[in-house]
Design a protein around this ligand. Sequence first.
Ligand SMILES: Nc1ncnc2c1ncn2[C@@H]1O[C@H](COP(=O)(O)OP(=O)(O)OP(=O)(O)O)[C@@H](O)[C@H]1O
Ligand SMILES: Cc1cn([C@H]2C[C@H](O)[C@@H](COP(=O)(O)O)O2)c(=O)[nH]c1=O
Length: 212
Amino acid sequence: MAGLRGALIVLEGADRAGKSTQARRLVEALKERGYRTEGLRFPERTTEIGQLIGSYLEKKSNLEDHTIHLLFSANRWEQVPMIKEKLRSGITLVVDRYAFSGVAFTSSKENFDLHWCKQPDVGLPKPDLVLFLKVSPEVAATRGGFGNEIYETNSFQEKVAKRYAQLMDDKTVNWKLVDASQDIENVHRQLKELSEKAIDDAKDQPIGKLWE
Ligand SMILES: Nc1ncnc2c1ncn2[C@@H]1O[C@H](COP(=O)(O)OP(=O)(O)OP(=O)(O)O)[C@@H](O)[C@H]1O
Ligand SMILES: Cc1cn([C@H]2C[C@H](O)[C@@H](COP(=O)(O)O)O2)c(=O)[nH]c1=O
C-alpha cells in the first residue's frame, strides 16, 4: 500500500549461529506471504571499503583495531541512503548483521569499551526488530567452516557472547532472543512469526535513529 514503509529486521548472533541460513529463508518466506522483501548483509564486501574489510577478516592484511572498527561502520553508512529509500518505498529489509556485531566484536578486544564502540553507528536507521540467534560457542564450533576467519576462535566468541548480552540490556532496542540450537525449520518458524508482527507494527511509524 502506498505510504506504508517496510520494516528493518536485523539478524544478530555469534559466528555460525545460522544467521545467513535464516536470513535467506526469511526473505523467501516473507515474499511468499506477499511482503516486498530484500536481503542485505554486513559487511557488504563488494564495495571498496568492504574489500578492505574482507581482506582483514580473511587474514590477508592487518589493520589497526580502531581503523577496522571505523571501516565496518563506514561500510554501513555507505548503504544508508539505499536502506532509507527501500524502507520508504515499502520494502522490508532483512539484514544479516548490523551495528550490534560491530560493537560486540570490537569491544571484545583489549582496551575497547562498549560506549566508544557504539559512537560511529549512532544515528543509523534503527531496526524495528533485532533477532538474536543464541547458540553456545561449543555448538557453533561444530557447524561447517568455523575457524577460517580472524574472529573464529572459541575464546573470542565467548567474549563476543558476553558483549551481546550487555547490548541486549538496552530496552530501547526491540531485541527478540531465539534459541538457535534448535533445528533450522523450528528456528525459521519463530523468526517468521516475529517478523510479520514487526512489519505490521512498523508500517505507519517513522524510521527511528539507533542509539540516539
Ligand atoms: N539450526 C541449525 N542446526 C544445524 N546446523 C545449522 C543450523 N543453522 C545453520 N546451520 C549450519 O551451520 C553453518 C553456518 O550457518 P550460517 O552460515 O547460516 O551461519 P552464520 O551465523 O551466518 O555464520 P557466520 O556469521 O560465521 O557467517 C552452515 O553449514 C549451516 O548449514
Ligand atoms: C558487521 C560486522 C562484522 N564483524 C565480524 C563478525 C564476523 O566475524 C565477520 C563477518 O563474517 P560474516 O561471515 O560475513 O558474517 O566480521 C565485525 O567485527 N564488525 C562488524 O561491524
